[in-house]
Design a protein around this ligand. Structure first.
Ligand code: SAM
Ligand code: SF4
Ligand code: SF4
Length: 341
């Protein structure tokens, strides 16, 4: 029996959430995440034997819960390209201390899997969609996927009884003209739409600050057409600031990772598909947990290792970006498709 404890890092932040990347592969080539010229036919993705098995992921999740984790998010790459994903959800669902299981997906394969995911115990999905314009969306996803495939996925998820939120990454001069059409559409559909500031994740997306549309600008833009009222935060560490449309409970959210960093309440650890633990989305290096898993260490020993990693955690990259910490942009960073969003 593992000893239950709430571990905290050097900045007193508890470990509460675990984001698990189940694959580094994806059927999209979004320019800001896996640009096709880098992630082309020659690119070497992880071979199967280097991926954590479902048993290994479940075992680690159990150990993480003994250190305080209560919320799990399945991500990638595109999680739905990993075979038999509902089986993993079923295994994680059996862990008593897991209170919430969510998944982030590009939605293209969701129509096919929504029902099985719900039956396996998934609570919620966040579907990424950056435009309702077919041509622009096809360009953004780098593979010409149509918007309708994603909208079908969203519909299937809602019909299956999954909680649904939509994430839109906004880039100035790329899809800022889609902000209002997206807001109108998802207001009518009754789904919360969250606007994400474009981030300088990884080393391959050519990020520049002037491509970021600050959340404050988005709130002004939407509010001018559909008046908005601010909503109080639900819980410690909630990353989105929320607004509701006047006269209704229908909400939007804004994730201002660039203009209003929220590192001081960041309670998230990340686990890559090959079993490395990362303390921050912008980390340069991870801590290997696969080797200890495969070399016969006990749960207690691995728990001790994770505890030590979290207790040393000092990362606050987005706050450093705001402080304009010298040399920050030159530090190498792990790619987003490797550790998930
Ligand atoms: N493939 C899934 C998807 O697209 O939802 C899950 C993985 S994806 C890396 C997770 C989230 O990260 C997506 O919502 C995506 O839009 C977001 N993302 C990727 N690159 C980003 C960037 N440079 N800035 C902000 N968000 C980004
Ligand atoms: Fe794939 Fe998601 Fe990255 Fe787009 S954002 S390339 S869908 S992993
Ligand atoms: Fe958390 Fe790192 Fe993002 Fe800050 S920059 S909120 S520490 S993941």
């Amino acid at each position: 029996m593992l000893e239950q404890m709430q571990v905290r890092d050097t900045r007193k932040r508890p470990l509460r959430d675990l984001r698990i990347s189940v694959t580094d592969k994806c059927n999209f080539r979004c320019r800001y995440c896996m640009p096709a010229e880098i992630f082309g036919p020659e690119f070497e993705f992880l071979p199967q034997h280097k991926l954590l098995s479902f048993e290994e992921i479940t075992r680690l999740t159990q150990i993480f819960t003994a250190l305080g984790v209560r919320k799990i998010r399945i991500t990638g790459g595109e999680p739905l390209v990993r075979r038999d994903l509902p089986e993993l959800i079923r295994m994680i669902r059996k862990i008593e201390d897991v209170h919430d299981i969510a998944m982030t997906t590009n939605g293209s394969l969701l129509a096919r899997h929504a029902q099985a995911l719900k039956e396996a115990g998934l609570d919620r999905v966040t579907v990424s969609l950056d435009s309702l314009d077919n041509e622009r969306f096809g360009m953004l996803n780098g593979r010409g996927y149509p918007v309708d495939a994603v909208l079908d996925g969203i519909r299937a998820a809602a019909e299956a009884g999954l909680g649904v939120k939509i994430n839109m990454v906004v880039q100035r001069g790329v899809n800022d003209q889609d902000i209002l059409p997206m807001a109108r559409y998802f207001r009518e559909q009754g789904h919360t739409l969250r606007f994400i500031e474009f981030m300088d994740v990884g080393n391959s997306n050519g990020w520049k600050l002037d491509q970021v549309v600050p959340s404050s600008e988005i709130v002004r833009m939407i509010g001018a057409e559909m008046p908005l009222v601010p909503v109080e935060a639900n819980y410690f560490g909630e990353v989105a600031s929320r607004y509701r449309y006047e006269g209704s409970d229908q909400e939007i959210g804004l994730i201002s990772s660039v203009t209003q960093a929220f590192c001081s309440t960041c309670t998230r650890a990340r686990l890559s598909a090959e079993g490395k633990m990362y303390n921050c989305l912008f980390a340069s290096a991870g801590y290997d947990l696969r080797e200890p898993l495969r070399s016969g260490r006990s749960d207690e020993e691995i728990q001790e290792q994770i505890r030590a990693i979290w207790e040393k955690r000092d990362e606050r990259y987005s706050e450093e970006r705001l402080d304009e910490t010298p040399g920050l942009q030159k530090r190498p960073k792990v790619e987003m498709s490797h550790i998930g969003g």
